[in-house]
Design a protein around this ligand. Sequence first.
Ligand SMILES: Nc1ncnc2c1ncn2[C@@H]1O[C@H](COP(=O)(O)OP(=O)(O)OP(=O)(O)O)[C@@H](O)[C@H]1O
Ligand SMILES: [Mg+2]
Length: 269
Amino acid sequence: MIEAKNLTRQFPGGTVALEGINLTVPDGQFISLVGPSGCGKSTLLSLLAGLDKPSAGSVIGIERPAVVFQDAALYPWKTVLQNVAFGLELRGLSKAACREKAEVALRTVHLSRFARAYPHELSGGMRQRAAIARALVLEPDALFLDEPFGALDAQTRSLLQTELLTLWERTQVSVVFVTHSLEEAIALSDRVILMASRPGRIIADVLIDAPRPRALRHDLTLAAIQDRLLAQLSEEVARVAAQEYDTDWRGVPLPTLSVAPGEEGGSGI
Ligand SMILES: Nc1ncnc2c1ncn2[C@@H]1O[C@H](COP(=O)(O)OP(=O)(O)OP(=O)(O)O)[C@@H](O)[C@H]1O
Ligand SMILES: [Mg+2]
């Protein structure tokens, strides 16, 4: 079980990226973190995975985390197989054991045929699958994914979502999944955590108790959850945009619009 208690993360310079975060993730649960850009999703993921330390509060429960980022971040001078095996080499496993485990991990993500290819020879989706294999080979107790499919086209994204669910069901690893897409979060997770910013905090925590695969368009309960969360998210995005964006941006009603031209106050930025 991952247990985050009263987490605060303040960066040098004063930005309070997160404040008062309390979150418990039972073993094997798949949760998604959703929220507007800058609300602290990546910061929270880093704290939960132990890549970063909180300014206050604590995280307990993770012994073997593995992280996958939006950009697969493979070593360009190593083959796919070498990339996947590298983490095991660092752990001191024999060459033969590293290779064997890396081959199994590549089979799991259906990438065996490209074991000897270099990252630049792969498509974006293949690179993400290699990154997932590199994480899985470490036999993690929790998998942290930060917008892993964000840069992929819709079809590839959908395929990889299905693959991820299959892997999760088989390994029973806990998953913390960051996404901008509410639809993706609701389709995949047991639980959707909606965050707001300034300071980053949790504003909704919703259990999605529905069998998978999920078709949001044909499931009235899921569609209602999506509508409700979308309304909260839109409100939050508009609030942040009004605070942060230049005053000539017309995407949301700006507080200064009611002020007569020439009388605008400072934007506060
Ligand atoms: N290393 C850092 N130093 C200073 N401020 C930081 C640092 N990392 C993040 N921040 C700030 O903390 C806040 C949260 O950032 P974070 O990257 O966690 O947001 P996010 O929700 O992941 O955004 P996005 O959806 O755009 O990826 C932002 O205001 C950001 O500018
Ligand atoms: Mg982020």
